[in-house]
Ligand binder design. Structure first.
Ligand SMILES: [Zn+2]
Length: 103
């Protein structure tokens, strides 16, 4: 699988911090991350937020750009969640460069 770094940003109006409904969808997605990983054949390797900057950073292994896009949409809460714009940057991990090392 290839690895991608995702930077997802959203507007203040789309922020889940001030909208309990959006937070509910976002947290439900995170609780079901194992199901979503199997559904879209993706592996979340890193997930963190800059809450004040309305930005989420993810490192995800994916088999295709389609599965990656669908996984990201769902992990951010789907249609009712935090609607975000995001950039996808393919990366080469240390494990890919030196297979015996663990990350
Ligand atoms: Zn926000």
């Amino acid at each position: 699988m290839a690895t991608y770094h995702i930077t997802a940003t959203h507007s203040v109006e789309q922020c889940g911090y001030g909208d309990p409904r959006k937070s509910k969808y976002l947290l439900a997605s995170l609780k079901n991350i194992n199901i979503l990983e199997k559904k879209w054949k993706c592996n979340m390797k890193h997930y963190s937020w800059n809450i004040a900057g309305h930005t989420c950073y993810m490192l995800i292994e994916a088999r295709s750009h389609y599965s990656l896009n669908m996984f990201v949409l769902e992990i951010l809460g789907g249609v009712g969640g935090v609607r975000s714009d995001y950039t996808i940057v393919p990366v080469v991990t240390r494990t890919e460069m030196i297979p015996n090392k663990t990350e």
